[in-house]
Each structure stands twice: as C-alpha cells, then as structure tokens.
Design a protein around this ligand. Structure first.
Ligand code: RP5
Length: 170
C-alpha cells in the first residue's frame, strides 16, 4: 500500500517499487520534520498517462514540491518537471552501472528550460531536506524544526566521545 497522509505537501514519485528502499528514506526524513508526503511508484515509460494525471492534479491536492527518483535512463524526474512548474528534486537511484552513474547523468543533464535539482546518487534524505527548506520559505514553524534538526546534528558531533577530548566543546 502506498505511504500516504492527508494533505500531502511533498509528492514523492519513483519509477518502480524496486526504488522504494531508497525513496522511503525521504519519507522517513519528511516524517521527522512533520511534513506530510505521499509516495507513489508510477513509471514514466510504462504508465505515462497515469503519471501525467498524477502530476497534473498535484497542485490542487496541495503538493508544493516533488521528489522524483529513477534509475537507468531515469527520465521520470524530467517528465515530472515538464508537466509542472512546482520545483522538482531528482534522486538518482543506484544501478549496476558504476553504482548509478547512468541515473545521475540522466537526471542532472536536463536541457535548459526544464530544471531538475539533482541530489547525490541515492541521496533521498537530502532531497527531503531540500524539499523541506523550500516549504520552510513560507512556513516559520517548519523553519524552526529544520533549524532544530541542524542543531541536533551539530551537537551530536560536538558531543561525540571521540571529539570531547579535544577540549573544544563550547
Ligand atoms: C526505472 O528502472 C526505475 O526507476 C528503476 O530504478 C529501474 C528498474 O525498474 P524495475 O525493472 O525494477 O521495475 O524505471
């Protein structure tokens, strides 16, 4: 069953259910930040019309940013971007070709006019953080949660027992 919450603000879509282990990291990160999202597997080449309807109705459903993951030819993020003016963040899915270099180059090399903001191969967590940062531009409470996430991340390193003996903790 697709992960879904009411009034999703981030639409997460990938080319296949085989991409879910990567894309679920975005779901988890958005959950930590209390950002409602939906996760769907809708192939751009196997179900192009369904993908078109999914993207076309997103704005009306409350989606404000897309995260799109795909592997191999990895055209899905570009197709999503072609169908909406909402921001699209692409996640290259790891493959057998140099660990997913094919996916990365496919997604990052969008020709001018239709941008896809591309994160690292398998970088679904950063895609979620970037989506949250976009939403936080008009959501002060989310901005506060994002800052708390950053602070906790920094604190964990400063307080790591391997670093405390440096005597540099504030
Ligand atoms: C792409 O092809 C998907 O995004 C997936 O990464 C890759 C393989 O898909 P399956 O053959 O596992 O369905 O469309």
């Amino acid at each position: 069953m697709a992960a879904e919450t009411q009034a999703a603000r981030v639409g997460i879509v990938c080319g296949s259910r085989s991409d879910f282990p990567i894309m679920e990291k975005a779901v988890e990160m958005l959950g930590r930040l209390e950002v409602p999202c939906e996760l769907r597997a809708i192939s751009a080449h196997r179900a192009p019309d369904l993908l078109s309807r999914f993207v076309g109705g997103a704005d009306e459903r409350g989606i404000r940013v897309f995260i799109a993951g795909a592997g191999g030819a990895a055209h899905l993020p570009g197709v999503v971007a072609a169908k909406t003016i909402l921001p699209v963040i692409g996640v290259p899915i790891p493959t057998q070709v140099n660990g997913g270099l094919d996916s990365l180059l496919s997604i990052v090399q969008m020709p001018k006019g239709i941008p896809v903001a591309t994160v690292a191969i398998g970088g679904a967590e950063n895609a979620a953080l970037l989506a949250a940062e976009i939403l936080a531009l008009s959501d002060p409470a989310l901005r506060t949660r994002l800052q708390a996430f950053r602070d906790a991340q920094t604190r964990a390193i400063e307080e790591d027992e391997w670093n405390t003996d440096l005597g540099l903790t504030k």
